[in-house]
Unconditional design. Structure first.
Length: 355
C-alpha cells in the first residue's frame, strides 16, 4: 500500500466524518495499493477504514503476481460478495461510496445496512490524485517524451492518399515500439478537423488539407496527451490567421499558470485571446482537463472551476477554433505546476508546420 496517499485520503475522510470509504474505481484502487485489475462485472472494492483495517475485496478469479501489503478478503462466484464487506464493518455510521460503483452493488449494501448514511466520497480520493507526487511526475514526463518522439516519427507517413484510420494504426505501432500503449488517437483531415471529437474514418489526405492529430499513450500506468495541427502541401491565409490565434491563446494561458491562480482565470485568458480576434463562438469546449492514471481525471480548466492551482497538478491546455465544413485547429500541451510557475511537458514545435 501507499501509506502516504492513504493517509491523505483518511484526512479528507475525517473532514467528511466518514467511518468507511468503499473505492471501486480500478485506477484509484491501483493508486492506493499498487495493484491494478479490471474486474468487468464482478465486485472489486478497496475499503479504507478510519479504524485502520483497510481491506481489498477480491474474486477468486483475480490473479495476484505477488503478495500485497493489505488485508484481502476473497469471495467466489455465486457467493454473497456484499456480505463479505458487511462482515468486515464495525458500527458503520457514515459510509463513503465512490462515483463509479454499480448501483446493484450499492443497493444491496443499503438493504443490508439500512441505518447507515451513504455519501458520495469520490472527492476524498480524487482531490489527492489531482496532485502528483515525485514518482508520478517522473512517469508523466517520460510519457510525454514518448508522445513528442512519436509525433516526430509519424510525419513521414503523412502522405497524399493515406486515410485517417491508416495513420491512426501507424501511431499504434509507433507507440508500441516505445514500450507504451496508444489509448486512441484522433486523426482528422480537412473539414473533419472542425469536429473536436471526430471519429477516425476512411477519409484520404489531399493536398491543402489541415491534419489534426490528438494523441497520447499510457506508459507504466500514466498517460500523456498532445495535439498538433499540420498543413499538407499548402496553407491558406485564414488558416495562418486562425493557427496563430490558437497558438497565442495556448501560450498566453501557459504563461500565467502558477500556484494560487484560479483554473477559471486560465480558461478566461485563452478564451479572451480567441474572442478578441472574433472567433470566440468557434472555441466550443473547456480549455483543459486533468490527467494522470486516466486520460481524463477529476478537475478541469474551465470558466466555472474556481479551484486554485496547486503545485503538482498536471492538466492540459488545448484551445481550438473549429470552422464547420472548412477546417479546425487545436494546439494542446500538458503542463505540470511547479513551485512558482509551470513546466510544459511537450517540446514538439508549435510553429506552423507545412508538410
Amino acid at each position: 500500500m501507499n501509506n502516504d496517499r492513504i493517509q491523505e485520503i483518511l484526512d479528507l475522510m475525517e473532514e467528511a466524518r466518514l467511518d468507511y470509504f468503499l473505492i471501486s474505481d480500478p485506477q484509484s484502487i491501483a493508486y492506493c495499493t499498487g495493484y491494478y485489475n479490471d474486474p468487468h462485472e464482478r465486485m472489486f472494492v478497496f475499503m479504507i477504514s478510519k479504524h485502520g483495517n483497510h481491506t481489498l475485496f477480491m474474486n477468486d478469479l483475480f490473479y495476484l503476481e505477488h503478495d500485497l501489503d493489505v488485508n484481502i478478503v476473497w469471495h467466489k462466484d455465486g457467493q454473497d460478495a456484499i456480505q463479505t464487506i458487511v462482515d468486515e464493518m464495525h458500527f458503520p455510521g457514515r459510509i463513503g461510496i465512490d462515483k463509479n460503483w454499480a448501483s446493484h452493488f450499492l443497493l444491496d449494501l443499503m438493504k443490508k445496512l439500512p441505518d447507515a448514511k451513504y455519501i458520495n466520497a469520490s472527492p476524498c480520493v480524487d482531490l489527492v490524485r489531482m496532485k502528483k507526487d515525485l514518482q508520478e511526475q517522473v512517469l508523466m514526463i517520460e510519457s510525454s517524451k514518448i508522445n513528442d518522439a512519436v509525433m516526430e516519427e509519424i510525419i513521414p507517413f503523412i502522405q497524399e492518399g493515406v486515410t485517417e484510420k491508416q495513420l491512426a494504426k501507424k501511431l499504434d505501432e509507433l507507440f508500441f515500439n516505445h514500450h507504451s500503449t496508444c489509448y486512441g488517437a484522433i486523426v482528422a483531415f480537412g473539414k473533419n478537423a472542425a469536429d473536436p471529437h471526430h471519429e477516425n474514418d476512411d477519409t484520404p489526405l489531399r493536398k491543402g488539407d489541415c491534419v489534426l492529430i490528438d494523441m497520447g499513450c499510457v506508459y507504466k500506468g500514466y498517460c500523456s496527451d498532445m495535439t498538433r495541427t499540420f498543413f499538407y502541401e499548402g496553407i491558406l491565409e485564414e488558416e495562418i490567421k486562425v493557427y496563430e490565434i490558437v497558438k497565442k491563446a495556448n501560450e498566453a494561458a501557459e504563461a500565467m499558470i502558477k500556484p494560487g491562480v484560479k483554473l477559471s482565470d486560465i480558461d478566461k485568458c485563452a478564451r479572451k485571446v480567441i474572442s478578441d480576434e472574433g472567433y470566440g463562438k468557434y472555441f466550443t469546449h473547456r480549455l483543459g482537463h486533468f490527467i494522470g492514471r486516466d486520460v481524463h481525471e477529476y478537475g478541469d480548466v474551465s470558466s466555472v472551476n474556481e479551484m486554485e492551482v496547486e503545485e503538482g497538478m498536471i492538466f492540459s491546455i488545448e484551445p481550438g477554433i473549429y470552422l464547420e465544413g472548412n477546417f479546425g485547429v487545436r494546439v494542446e500541451d500538458l503542463v505540470m505546476v511547479t513551485k512558482d510557475r509551470c513546466q510544459v511537458l511537450n517540446s514538439f514545435t508549435k510553429d506552423i508546420y507545412i508538410i
